[in-house]
Design a protein around this ligand. Structure first.
Ligand SMILES: Cc1cc2nc3c(=O)[nH]c(=O)nc-3n(C[C@H](O)[C@H](O)[C@H](O)COP(=O)(O)OP(=O)(O)OC[C@H]3O[C@@H](n4cnc5c(N)ncnc54)[C@H](O)[C@@H]3O)c2cc1C
Length: 464
């Protein structure tokens, strides 16, 4: 899907591009359901499939659908660490591993340094020199603290110089105790497939050595704003699953994402769409042969051609790879991870704002896309999405900047307790921030949807 078609204020179809032939196709309908997933790939490296992307939601946003809480991004603590510049994806080791695995780093910096230099291995570190930092900081929950807490604690240890692996951006997830307590057979029955996957990727036997893990982008709680009928602010446009913002609040603590997707698709939409369509009973077949479809298709064609016409001057740089779409995508991901990732503050967000704007400007001048629009052209596909990511990245930053509190996946370093825990500001920020597009380079307007809790008492999270 490349574009949403809105007729008289209602969603009436889409423009899609046939990825094999490059043909633009029109689809007309009484209503449109978007189920295109989250926007984690803005960070380039994530646990998401490369095809899950926020681009379709973003084009709907530009057509008038409000986008809610974009700054709430979930970071998962148990991923296989980044191992180089040429990978496009991160592998998630299942959350279940934290049931029996114990997370630690060396207590002594010199041990961590020796491990990073390859002079020591984890099994050279005696028990008394290991810091099981989650068990130490959160005795009640230990290794089972929520994802955001475990992720930040790993970052804190690595930033403080205790990280392991060649990059220092990894912590150990150790099953030695579990194997001793339960026996290798039981551990194999419970986690054998995951251990095998780890060994295949890292070439280290996790029965003999602790695994190495590090947090990675995993799920996006923000998305298109929807009401209880899953309808966006464009009548007739519905959003389901990770593409919408609903159910998961700031942290995806309350519900399973897959259950939400299933509930949206099986139980909610079949009924709520009927409510919408009941009102449309006298509207005849929607034609795709209208000025609105002509215009939407032409807009897509123009944008594709504009991208192709850039033809970044590859001769101008010694390294032609600096003109590829992936080069810009990786650079965007690095900015977002570094400045808008697990910890944010006014300074980092201001830096990100400038870096993203500069990179976007550079992209529109320097990217080189081979081929044409009328053929199978994955570079063109990626570029079309990346152009949207730049804009969505800017909204994520704006939202993160305005939310002067730490809440769930959004951690502002200015707003933390003395012992480094999140500090919410319920008095001023207990609302959903729904943003409305105003044009490129124009600050979006924000509407606050207050969160009214009638049946539960709001409390601070405490895992100590
Ligand atoms: C590794 C991993 C493990 C997970 N484990 C769990 C778990 O154990 N439990 C749990 O509850 N959740 C889990 N999740 C989260 C959960 O899987 C996702 O939130 C859920 O699958 C999202 O479903 P969805 O249908 O909304 O979107 P997706 O599954 O992302 O599907 C979106 C689809 O839309 C397509 N698409 C995107 N853009 C376009 C476009 N422009 N045009 C046409 N098609 C488009 C994509 O190709 C894709 O097929 C996990 C996620 C990952 C990445």
């Amino acid at each position: 899907m490349m574009e949403l078609v809105v007729v008289d204020g209602r969603a009436r179809g889409i423009i899609a591009r046939n990825l094999v032939t490059g043909d633009l196709e029109r689809y007309a309908a009484h209503a449109v359901v978007l189920a295109t997933g989250g926007y984690g790939n803005i960070y380039y490296l994530s646990t998401n499939a490369m095809n899950s992307n926020g681009s379709a939601a973003w084009v709907c946003h530009k057509k008038g659908a409000a986008f809610a809480n974009p700054c709430y991004v979930q970071i998962h603590p148990t991923c296989i660490p980044v191992h180089g510049d040429y990978q496009s994806k991160l592998t998630l080791m299942s959350e279940s591993l934290r049931n029996d695995g114990r997370i630690w780093v060396p207590k002594k910096k010199e041990d961590a340094e020796a491990i990073r230099r390859g002079e020591k291995g984890p099994n050279d570190i005696p028990e008394e020199d290991r810091d099981y930092y989650l068990e130490r900081r959160y005795p009640a929950f230990g290794n089972l603290v929520p994802r955001d807490v475990a992720s930040r604690a790993a970052k804190e240890r690595c930033d403080a110089g205790y990280g392991v692996g060649s990059t220092g951006l990894a912590v150990y997830l150790d099953f030695a105790d579990a194997i001793q307590r339960l026996g290798r057979d039981v551990v194999e029955q419970k986690y054998g497939n995951l251990f095998q996957m780890y060994q295949k990727i890292v070439d280290v036997d996790p029965y003999e050595n602790p695994m190495m893990i590090y947090p990675a982008i995993h799920y996006t709680m923000g998305g298109l704003w929807v009401d209880y009928e899953l309808q966006t602010t464009i009548p007739g446009l519905f959003a389901a699953g990770e593409a919408n913002f609903s159910d998961h609040g700031a942290n995806r603590l309350g519900a399973s994402a897959l259950m939400q997707g299933l509930a949206d698709g099986y139980f909610v939409l079949p009924y709520t769409m009927q409510n919408y369509l009941a009102d449309q009973i006298y509207v005849g077949k929607i034609s795709a042969d209208t000025p609105e479809f002509d215009q939407a298709e032409q807009d897509v064609r123009n944008r594709l051609q504009t991208l192709l016409n850039i033809k970044g001057d590859t001769a101008a740089h010694a390294d032609p790879s600096t003109h590829t779409v992936d080069h810009f995508h990786k650079a965007l991901g690095k900015i977002m991870w570094e400045y808008v990732g697990m910890a944010r503050n006014t300074e980092s967000l201001t830096t990100a704002q400038k870096l993203v704007a500069d990179l976007e400007g550079q992209f529109w001048k320097e990217v080189f896309i081979p081929g044409t629009a009328d053929e199978f052209n994955p570079e063109l596909e990626k570029a079309y999405r990346l152009a949207d990511y730049f804009e969505l990245a800017r909204l994520i930053i704006t939202d993160a900047m305005h939310r002067e509190e730490s809440c769930g996946g959004h951690f502002r370093t200015e707003h933390q307790t003395e012992d480094g825990e999140t500090q919410r500001d319920d008095e001023n920020f207990m609302y959903v921030a729904a943003w409305e597009y105003q044009g490129h380079d124009v600050t979006e307007t924000m509407t606050k949807e207050p969160l009214n809790y009638e049946h539960i008492k709001i409390a601070k999270r405490n895992y100590k």
